[in-house]
Every structure is written in structure tokens, then in C-alpha cells.
Design a protein around this ligand. Structure first.
Ligand code: OGA
Ligand code: NI
Length: 359
């Protein structure tokens, strides 16, 4: 039986999923009900394999053997999975908890309060539903708050919540730590490629950093909706902190969706389109999505770390040869992010922008 739409509760002209949840109806509004092919039940969810786990302390201060073993694991993770979790990452757990707390407090504010920071459709900045371009487009079962952190002049201070009062300070400190982690990981990634440690740091200039907080309320019919549509990230690296033990993130591996099992205090890292292009496709920016749960909510805090918008990128000459012809053209990161934000999320379609057509 087709689900009965309930009266729509709108934020601007889009629905707010937390408010829908309060209505305690099991009917899902049409705009959230996915076509058959897109429903999360229509694909095999593999639980037998799980994404690799990297111990960062072994890279930073392990013995020579530990360092090499972990570096090899990192290289395989980037090639075969595009995703890994990091443990012993050196970020204070108290800070991770504080971040989770202030972000959760923000999402629990009344709708009117959150709507003081409205996301304009097409611009992923502020509170609301991202990348909505038409009345027909299906919506994700998710509320988001997105903020640019760096470069500083690109911030829009009006979109920074003033409640909870600790929000801004916490996010600043959190972002500094995330930057340090990304810088370290990029050095190790460069080493796995046989390149000098600082190659990405030098290439990226004043880096772009943004944070997206995704709140997925429980959904009475997780089989019909998607929490966050399938996509790959445009960044160089993405760091995802998820709360609790609710499984939600899934990655596409060998054409099957694999759930990422949360490990307490670990962070999930993934390779973004930028590193895929720079490594001429050796390291993969893997398609992923989020699904919902019928009883539990879930929060994810996602940091995107990317080159300066002015920087021109293309496959690094060291990774192009006769056996590995150049697969991507050169482009400017700023143009790419404009292009990235100009359409709804649809798997890896955006990267076609940079692909060299061979047929
Ligand atoms: C993202 C993302 C997944 C999640 O924000 O880009 O992929 O589990 N989030 O929230
Ligand atoms: Ni993502």
C-alpha cells in the first residue's frame, strides 16, 4: 500500500525531518519516499567485511617495523577501500565529546531558533536540507548544519549559532585538531606514494576546511528513505565522527553496500575526489551514503579538508606513465567545488567533470 502523506511541515519550502518525527505518524511524505531502485533494501548489505583500521600512534611514534606495517595498511586502504577508521589518533576524547554535546544541543533547539541560520538552497552553508533544486527532487531524511571554517574570510558569521554559547569556541578548537590530523595523514599518504612528505601541504596553499553536522532522527520506515543520498566527497580528505553505536554510514564496495561499524572513539577517514585526481585514480574516492534507523537517532560531524579554491589540480606527473595514462584533466579546485554544489547528490557523477574521455 502506498504510504499516506501527512500534512507537510515546511522549513521555507522544504520539510524538516525532526518536526515530522514529532508528528508520530508512520506515514512518510512522498518527497522522502525513494523510487524502488534507490531504496536501501534493494541492495545487498554486506556485513562480512569491514573497513580497515589504522593505528595512528604507530605511524607517529611506533617502531620501524610497526611504522612500515601500518604504512602498508594505509596504502592498501586507500587503494582498495578509499575508507578507513583511525584509532589512537591523538585527539582528546573530551574534545570529541564536547563537540558532540554542543552540536546535539543545537539540533535539539526549537525549529524557530535553528531557522535563524537558514541554508539557501544550492549553498551548503547554514541549517536545513542541502542541495535541493526542485520541488520534485526526493529529500534526504536528515537535518544539516554546515559551516566554512577556513579560509577565514569565506566564513559567514551570521550563520554561526550563538546558542549553545560554547558552540563557536568548541568548533574552533575541534577544527584546529582536525586540521592537524588531516595534515599528518596527508604526510603519511604522500609517503605511501613514495613522494616527499610535504607535497600536498605545499600544493594546497591556504587550505579550505568546512564542517557539516548531520542529524538523522529515527525514521518509522528506514526501508523507504535515504538518510544522505549516495555521493563521493569533493575534498582531499574527509574526517567523520559518529556518535553512539547506531550503524548508518554505508560505502559502495565491489557494487555492494557495506556498513561501517562504529568503533568507540575512532574516526572514519575517506579519500575525496581531489586525492583521486591527484593520484590519477590510484587512491579511490568511494561512493557512500547514510541510512536511517527506526528507533535510534544518529549524529555525524564531518570535516572536509581541501586545497585552496585558487589551486589548480591534476594528476601528479609521478603517477602518470605509459601503463597509467592520465585519466583526469587539470582544473581549478574552486571551479570544481562550484560545480559540485550545482546539482543534487548523485553518486560519483560529479567527477565526470574532470575525466578525460577515452572513447
Ligand atoms: C557527508 C557524509 C555520512 C554520514 O556528510 O559527506 O558522507 O554518515 N556523511 O553522515
Ligand atoms: Ni560524504
Amino acid at each position: 500500500m502506498a504510504p499516506e502523506p501527512i500534512s507537510p511541515i515546511k522549513t521555507g519550502y522544504i520539510h524538516d525531518v525532526q518536526e515530522l518525527g514529532k508528528a508520530k505518524s508512520v506515514a512518510i511524505p512522498e518527497r522522502f519516499v525513494r523510487d524502488m531502485a534507490e531504496r536501501p533494501t534493494d541492495v545487498t548489505v554486506s556485513s562480512s567485511s569491514s573497513i580497515p583500521v589504522i593505528d595512528v600512534s604507530k605511524l607517529l611514534k611506533g617502531s620501524k617495523d610497526e611504522f612500515h606495517t601500518e604504512l602498508l595498511k594505509l596504502s592498501t586502504s586507500c587503494k582498495d577501500w578509499g575508507f578507513f577508521q583511525v584509532i589512537n589518533h591523538g585527539i582528546d576524547l573530551v574534545l570529541l565529546e564536547s563537540m558532540e554535546k554542543v552540536v546535539m544541543e543545537f539540533f535539539m533547539l526549537p525549529l524557530e531558533e535553528k531557522q535563524k541560520y537558514p541554508m539557501v538552497p544550492g549553498i551548503v552553508h547554514g541549517y536545513g536540507q542541502a542541495l535541493v533544486f526542485s520541488e520534485e527532487q526526493k529529500l534526504d531524511w536528515c537535518n544539516m548544519l554546515a559551516l566554512i571554517i577556513e579560509p577565514h574570510h569565506l566564513r559567514n558569521p551570521k550563520l554561526w549559532p550563538t546558542t549553545p554559547v560554547r558552540f563557536s569556541d568548541t568548533i574552533e578548537e575541534y577544527s584546529r585538531e582536525m586540521k592537524r590530523l588531516c595534515q599528518n595523514l596527508l604526510k603519511f599518504i604522500a609517503t605511501t606514494l613514495g613522494l616527499k612528505q610535504d607535497i600536498f601541504g605545499e600544493m594546497f596553499g591556504e587550505t579550505m576546511q568546512a564542517v557539516r553536522m548531520n542529524y538523522y532522527p529515527p525514521c518509522p520506515r528506514p526501508d523507504l528513505v535515504i538518510g544522505l543520498s549516495p555521493h563521493s566527497d569533493g575534498s582531499a580528505l574527509t574526517v567523520l565522527q559518529q556518535t553512539g553505536s547506531t550503524v548508518g554510514l554505508q560505502i559502495l564496495k565491489d557494487n555492494k553496500w557495506v556498513s561501517v561499524q562504529p568503533i568507540p572513539n575512532a574516526l572514519v577517514i575517506n579519500i575525496g575526489d581531489t586525492i583521486e585526481v591527484l593520484t590519477n585514480g590510484l587512491y579511490k574516492s568511494v561512493e557512500h551514503r547514510a541510512v536511517t534507523h527506526n528507533e535510534k537517532d544518529r549524529l555525524s560531524i564531518v570535516t572536509f579538508y581541501a586545497p585552496n579554491p585558487e589551486v589548480e589540480l591534476g594528476p601528479m606527473p609521478e603517477l602518470v606513465d605509459q601503463n597509467n595514462p592520465c585519466k583526469y584533466r587539470r582544473y581549478n579546485y574552486g571551479e570544481y567545488s562550484q560545480h559540485y554544489l550545482a546539482d543534487k547528490l548523485q553518486g560519483k557523477k560529479r567527477l565526470e567533470y574532470a575525466m578525460i574521455q577515452t572513447s
